[in-house]
Structure formats: structure tokens, C-alpha cells
Ligand binder design. Structure first.
Ligand code: SF4
Ligand code: SF4
Length: 319
């Protein structure tokens, strides 16, 4: 049997998804027997021109992690889409935008100003910022253009499957690889390696009545080890998040931050999370409600940590 051709790519992301692929553990030996890695800049040497020279559909599976934040990300997404039979948005950044997607609270000019000029730890008296083209004595040097708005992978190309998680677990990764190896592929557009319900359904913590008079940040209280964290005032996103990770974070005493994206039937994870939180505030007095909600620091980073680019609003409007 001919070996499968597998590719991987890292667009706008932290690189954690690349490391997470190694969590398939001993299955890596099986993968080596069944597939050749034909392009994966993080782990094998390869050049863009090698991919561009391939025939369309030559790659059997591409695991694409990272959001689309610049011209290079978009170009590579389009090239790899053409060359791949199965294209997988692998991890929260390519699925929903994730942490790079929080750049959508600003535009490119504001981000450059903060990162290269006004940040207190930066020493840049001439206010030099990156240029897309620079004429060096040796010739022209170029950098990809950064966009104002970060987009999930499916906003620029047709995606076959989605693997949520920041990062995905080894089981999820192997589920995709195995589906391609065995030809047992789910329906196009499926979310692979996760369930359909909310994370609360698989969380083992005791659930009672949810009525909250004060919200806390994780360093402010030592939560009861058995009771639902949201009931204790910790902003746990379990009600607005897809099951599948085994409720890893609540099991370790930390609130879920929502990295698996919304469960089936939820269009906007942040709106669902906000609605769940609003419904448990234990007061009818507007002034008291305002004080309780004031405990929630960084609302966008809390409610839309992973999903701003794929939310209904997509970004903050800059006047
Ligand atoms: S809100 Fe969080 S801690 Fe509570 S049941 Fe849901 S996942 Fe578990
Ligand atoms: S508990 Fe939530 S944040 Fe933690 S891994 Fe699971 S989905 Fe992600």
C-alpha cells in the first residue's frame, strides 16, 4: 500500500498545536509506517516552492493550525487547500481565531504602535516599525502584510474538518489521522474528536443552584474541591463550551476558559457565556448588579477569549 502524504502548517498561533501533535505518543511509530510527512516547516525542512510544485490533491491530509492574520498565512492556506485532499482546521486558532484573534480589538496600526513604539519595555526613539518592503544593499527584503482583522481558516478557504482545543489532545489528533488512514471519514464540516453537548455535562463537579453575589479571579479564592466553580463565583465557561476534553480544567480546580468552542446549537460562544453569567447574578437591584458585574475584568478576553473572529460581531469597530 502506498504511504499517505501528510502536511502540517503553522499560521498565526503560538506553536502549541505543533507540540501537541506529539501527544499521539506511541502511535507516532504507526504514523511513520503509514505516512510520509511531505511538508511541515516546524518539524522537517521544506520550502514553499516544493509545495507549490506539487500537483493538486497530492497531499492526503493537511493539519493547518493558526489563524489568518497576514498575507503569508492566507497565501499558504490557499496553496495547501489546493494541494490537499483533506484540509483540517487543527486547534482553536484555525477553528475560531483564538488568542491571536483578540487582535481584533485593535487594527494593524494600533498594534504596531503598541508593540514597536509605545510599550514601556521598548526602546525605539526613531519609531521604526516593520515595512513590507526594504531595499537593502543586497537586494529587496520583504515581509508579509499584516491585516487589520484576524480570520479563522474557514473564512478564507473551504475546510473539511475542525479539531477544537488549545491545543487539541493526542486522542483528537489520532482520531483525525486514523479516520484518514482507514478512509472512515465523518461528514464534511464535522468537528472531530469532541462531543456535541456542553462541557458541564461531562464535568464531575456537584451542581446545585447557581446564584452568585460576587465573581472572583482564580487567585482570589481557594474553591471547594467538589462543587461547581461557577456556583462559587469563578467564571467557568462550561455552559458555553463543547465537551470532549474530559473537563480537564475544572477537574484540576481551574475554570474552563472555553477552548473547545461552542457546543452544537450555539452560534456565538461569548454571547452564550455572557447570557449564562447574567442569568445567575443574584440581585434585582440595578446598582447592585452593576457592582457585581464590575468584578468581571477584561470582558472580551473572558467571554471571547477563543472566538472573537468567529463571533457574530467578529471584531471591535475602530472609528
Ligand atoms: S460551570 Fe464549570 S465547574 Fe460548573 S459544572 Fe460546568 S464545567 Fe463544571
Ligand atoms: S476545560 Fe475548557 S479550557 Fe480546559 S481544556 Fe477543556 S475546553 Fe479547554
Amino acid at each position: 500500500m502506498a504511504k499517505l502524504k501528510v502536511a502540517g502548517y503553522w499560521a498565526s498561533s503560538c506553536g502549541g498545536c505543533e507540540i501537541a501533535t506529539l501527544e499521539i505518543g506511541a502511535n507516532i511509530v504507526k504514523l511513520a509506517e503509514l505516512a510520509d510527512i511531505v511538508f511541515w516547516p516546524c518539524i522537517v525542512d521544506g520550502k514553499y516552492k516544493d509545495v507549490e510544485a506539487m500537483t493538486d490533491g497530492e497531499i492526503d491530509l493537511c493539519l493547518f493550525n493558526g489563524a489568518i492574520q497576514n498575507e503569508e498565512n492566507e497565501h499558504q492556506a490557499k496553496v495547501l487547500r489546493a494541494k490537499s485532499k483533506v484540509m483540517v482546521a487543527y486547534g482553536s486558532c484555525s477553528y475560531e481565531g483564538c488568542i491571536p484573534g483578540l487582535a481584533n480589538v485593535a487594527n494593524q496600526e494600533q498594534i504596531f504602535d503598541r508593540v514597536f513604539v509605545s510599550c514601556p519595555s521598548v526602546d525605539n526613539p526613531d519609531k521604526v516599525i516593520p515595512q513590507t518592503s526594504y531595499q537593502a544593499p543586497e537586494g529587496e527584503l520583504t515581509l508579509p502584510k499584516i491585516y487589520d482583522t484576524v480570520r479563522p481558516l474557514a473564512a478564507v478557504i473551504d475546510v473539511d474538518y475542525f479539531v477544537p482545543g488549545c491545543p487539541p489532545t493526542g486522542e483528537q489528533t489520532w482520531a483525525v489521522l486514523e479516520a484518514v488512514v482507514t478512509g472512515n471519514l465523518p461528514a464534511k464540516g464535522s468537528i472531530v474528536g469532541a462531543g456535541t453537548r456542553a462541557l458541564c455535562d461531562e464535568c464531575k463537579r456537584n451542581k446545585e443552584e447557581k446564584k452568585v453575589k460576587k465573581f472572583y479571579r482564580t487567585h482570589q479564592i481557594m474553591p471547594d474541591p467538589d462543587r461547581c466553580l461557577l456556583e462559587q463565583g469563578l467564571l467557568c465557561a462550561g455552559l458555553a463550551t463543547r465537551e470532549g476534553c474530559g473537563a480537564l480544567c475544572p477537574a484540576a480546580g481551574m475554570p474552563c476558559t472555553g477552548c473547545y468552542g461552542p457546543p452544537d446549537g450555539v452560534v456565538d460562544q461569548g454571547a452564550k457565556f455572557m447570557s449564562a453569567v447574567a442569568s445567575i447574578v443574584d440581585s434585582n437591584d440595578p446598582a447592585e448588579i452593576a457592582v457585581i458585574l464590575d468584578d468581571i475584568k477584561d470582558p472580551i478576553g473572558t467571554f471571547y477569549r477563543y472566538s472573537l473572529p468567529s463571533s457574530i460581531l467578529r471584531r471591535v469597530q475602530i472609528k
